[in-house]
Design a protein around this ligand. Structure first.
Ligand code: IMP
Length: 500
């Protein structure tokens, strides 16, 4: 017979946290946001932990290489989307893996004969003021010199003159040779008071560039997630259809973390896929499954499918229309609390801790904080990261504001890539996601800085300096609609920026 759960489906904005005793040691400086992403046994250290509890959604409009680099450097991860051909996804993984902070392939290159006007346009396009001059204008061509924006005056010089007239020629450039350590390359920059050090092959071809700003950036990113070879940790999504081909290609390219991407993950397909990966790779990759919205779903993936972490959430995503299209889903807070309860029970019974990720529907910082207070080990967000400079979509100007396109993986737009594999068969009978725009908000670093500051501050209000203690201490209250209204600025007239 049909069962009806007695509790209604609840969302994060229906809850508030009550402060707990803040002791003097509960300071923002003492807060650590490290959180596990792989299963582990009681008393053991997880194979992999994040340094901030945030990952970006495996979506075409969110998680490309730029996002993966930015988030991994900040201590989180981006799940490079699976809705693309295998070779393309593997190439993206490889690109992040090869992005060895420090040795950067040159992306702005010209020939000595190129007019300076073209070099200026190139610099505008790439946003980089250092341009390598090579014989053939290619990133790995014979190195002939360096051009920076200090070498010309755009409004004074004759811009039809060739780059050769302006550049610092190779014989006057301080350079390093391939094989040099990053430490020694930075030392050369420091000793010679330079901003950029070209690294050359023995035959004089350009290999890469080392920048002072990257060194500074590295020092400013102490939470960077790196593997045992000091390469960035990379995550990628997979699916249950082509995993036997996709997973080997991704692992070969260097993926450290995989996640089976599906709106409904409580399936035998996920078990089959996960056990196949375990059989082939053992513990060498961290593997997530999902999405589920119940304790049963969690138990199945943790126990039967042996995944490392479980993602929770159906129908809460900002671009998601699964609930209205198919009638399945659950309020994200109810789903998360049910799963967290089962995770804790499973831990008590077996001594095995399987981390939980709350995925989708986080519309603001408060909701992120409530999700973590409810026991999510980390959260996955699409919209939040789609709004940043690092999402792979182009900026669009509408009515004087700058937006970025953001579309669901279940939308026609995202699924179009498969048409080519399907011999033109139009298999998409209905959509589960919409095609939308979100306002641009700045860089990943800028938005994370604010969210992290709020999160750390709330941890202190709750007498905690770790996420584990935060969830253990948290005392939540349900709020009435009236309290919700009262929580905003309800009885004053706010002054918006235009009026100030
Ligand atoms: P957001 O953070 O609220 O924007 O939600 C992002 C999450 O929505 C993703 O991580 C997915 O779990 C989910 N999602 C992505 N695309 C779709 C879709 O087309 N339909 C339903 N859910 C989606």
């Amino acid at each position: 017979m049909t069962k009806i759960i007695s509790d209604v489906s609840r969302t994060f904005s229906e809850y508030l946290l009550l402060p707990r005793l803040t002791k003097k040691e509960h300071t923002v400086a003492n807060v650590s946001l490290t959180t596990p992403i792989s299963r582990f046994e009681k008393g053991e250290v997880p194979r992999l932990s994040l340094n901030i509890p945030f990952v970006s959604a495996s979506m075409q409009s969110v998680s490309g290489t730029k996002m993966a680099i930015a988030l991994s450097r900040r201590g989180g991860l981006a799940f490079i989307y699976t809705s693309q051909p295998i070779e393309e996804q593997a190439a993206m993984v490889g690109k992040v893996k090869r992005y060895k902070a420090g040795f950067v392939p040159s992306d702005s290159n010209v020939k000595p004969s190129t007019p300076i006007s073209e070099a200026i346009s190139l610099s505008r396009q790439t946003g980089h003021s250092t341009i390598a001059v090579t014989e053939d204008g290619q990133p790995n061509g014979k190195f002939l010199g360096i051009l920076t924006d200090k070498d010309y005056w755009e409004f004074e010089d004759d811009l039809s003159r060739p780059v050769a007239d302006f550049m610092t020629p190779a014989d006057r450039v301080i350079y390093g040779e391939t094989g040099i350590s990053l430490h020694d390359a930075n030392l050369l920059l420091y000793q010679n008071k330079k901003e950029c050090l070209p690294i050359l092959e023995k035959n004089g071809n350009l290999h890469s560039l080392v920048f002072k700003k990257d060194y500074v950036d590295h020092r400013n990113n102490p939470d960077e997630l790196t593997d045992d070879r000091k390469r960035l940790v990379v995550a990628a999504a997979i699916n249950t259809h082509d995993y036997k081909m996709r997973v080997p290609a991704l692992v070969e390219a260097g993926a450290d973390v995989l996640s089976i991407d599906a709106s409904d993950g409580y399936t035998e397909y996920q078990k089959e896929c996960s056990l196949w990966i375990r059989e082939k790779y053992g513990d060498a990759v961290v593997l997530g499954g999902g999405n589920v919205v119940s304790g049963d779903g969690f138990r199945y993936l943790a126990e039967e499918a042996q995944v490392d972490f479980v993602k929770v959430g159906i129908g809460g995503g900002s671009i998601c229309i699964t609930r209205e299209q198919k009638g399945i889903g659950r309020g994200q807070a109810s789903a998360l609390m049910d799963v967290v309860e089962e995770r804790n029970r499973y831990f008590e019974e077996t001594g095995i801790y399987v981390p939980v990720c709350s995925d989708g529907g986080l519309a603001n910082d408060t909701q992120i904080i409530i999700a973590l207070a409810m026991g999510a080990d980390f959260v996955m967000m699409g919209r939040y990261f789609a709004m940043t400079d690092e999402s792979p979509t182009p900026k669009v100007s509408m009515n004087g504001r700058i937006y970025k396109p953001y579309w669901g993986e279940g939308s026609n737009r995202a699924r179009n890539w498969q048409r080519y594999n399907n011999a033109g068969e139009d298999y998409l009978k209905f959509e589960e996601g919409v095609d939308a725009y979100v306002p641009m908000v700045g860089s990943v670093n800028d938005v994370l800085a604010v969210t992290l500051a709020k999160l750390k501050s709330t941890l202190c209000n709750n007498g905690a300096v770790t996420l584990k203690a935060f969830a253990e201490n948290a005392m939540l209250t349900r709020i009435s609609e009236q309290s919700f209204v009262e929580g905003g600025t309800s009885t004053v007239t706010t002054i918006d920026n235009e009026q100030k």
